[in-house]
Ligand binder design. Structure first.
Ligand code: SAM
Length: 259
């Protein structure tokens, strides 16, 4: 099995304690992705969590099984060997994890398609900042819109490279994600997804020009009708100024025209 090199272990005890107690975990089923040497696993178990951990690296997995053999025997801990972006996920209510950064995007979108109450996840700083960025901010993009459409996202703490061993080259950020329904009903999620992706692939273009460049997908007459019906204040701005409900409204207008 291919093992990622994402192996920077959190050694800052205060940070471990803060992450493990950012949400109440006692008697809750908690999914941990990439437990590594078990620093966070240990804190979660001490806080009374029922932990389901997925680890890709076999050597780390064997060490974890030795270290936590009593918790495994009692059923408080189960460790699954595999790639968290692919394996069948166990039943869980919460997620607490220092994610392997190479699968941050894949695993976040995978989690958002499942049903859970809340997640406390560590990301590379720039990635986490993009998740929480509001409209008008230079960091606001597809990741911000897609995350904020389906969840509330807030920062928990920032961590410097020295909080890990070996220290990575990048800073990290811990983010709390609380899934909820979209602020406005989305008629067709695939249309919404395509629209957000396409508009941000031309982030310097105005909405009007961005929509025109989608004629090859939805046809010239559909896109012309859509543009004609939109207020000028939407047409002349760039996608980074468009709010999450505005993106849904645009996608719903498009969905109506193609249905
Ligand atoms: N949670 C530990 C900590 O805070 O010290 C380790 C975090 S380390 C950044 C990431 C961990 O994820 C490593 O243990 C690595 O082996 C594991 N990992 C990497 N890719 C993975 C994947 N696709 N699925 C599950 N675990 C993975």
């Amino acid at each position: 099995m291919k093992v990622s090199k994402d192996q920077h272990f959190l050694v800052d005890a205060e940070a471990v304690a803060l992450i493990a107690s950012a949400i109440p975990v006692s008697n809750r089923k908690v999914l941990e992705i990439g437990p590594g040497k078990g620093a966070l696993t240990d804190a979660l178990l001490r806080n009374g969590a029922i932990v389901r951990a997925i680890e890709l690296d076999r050597t780390l997995l064997l060490n974890l099984e030795r270290r936590f053999s009593d918790h495994i025997a009692s059923g408080q801990l189960e460790i699954i060997h595999g790639d968290a972006s692919k394996v069948l996920l166990p039943e869980f209510e919460l997620v607490v994890a220092n994610l392997p950064y190479s699968i941050s995007s894949k695993i976040t979108f995978r989690l958002l398609e499942t049903c859970f109450e809340s997640a406390v996840l560590m990301y590379q700083f720039e990635f986490g900042k993009r998740m929480i960025a509001p409209p008008g901010n230079g960091e606001y993009g597809r990741l911000s819109v897609m995350t904020q459409t389906y969840a509330d996202v807030e920062m928990v703490l920032e961590l410097p490279p020295e909080a890990f061993f070996p220290p990575p080259e990048v800073r990290s950020i811990v983010v709390k994600i609380t899934p909820r329904g979209p602020p406005v009903l989305i008629q067709n999620r695939s249309v919404h997804d395509t629209l957000v992706r396409k508009l941000f692939s031309h982030r310097r273009k105005t909405i009007k020009n961005g929509l025109r460049s989608m004629q090859n997908i939805y046809g010239e007459s559909v896109m012309t009708n859509l543009v004609e019906d939109l207020p000028a204040k939407i047409l002349e701005i760039r996608p980074e100024m468009l709010s999450v409900p505005d993106f849904i409204d645009l996608a719903n207008r498009l969905s109506t025209l193609i249905s």
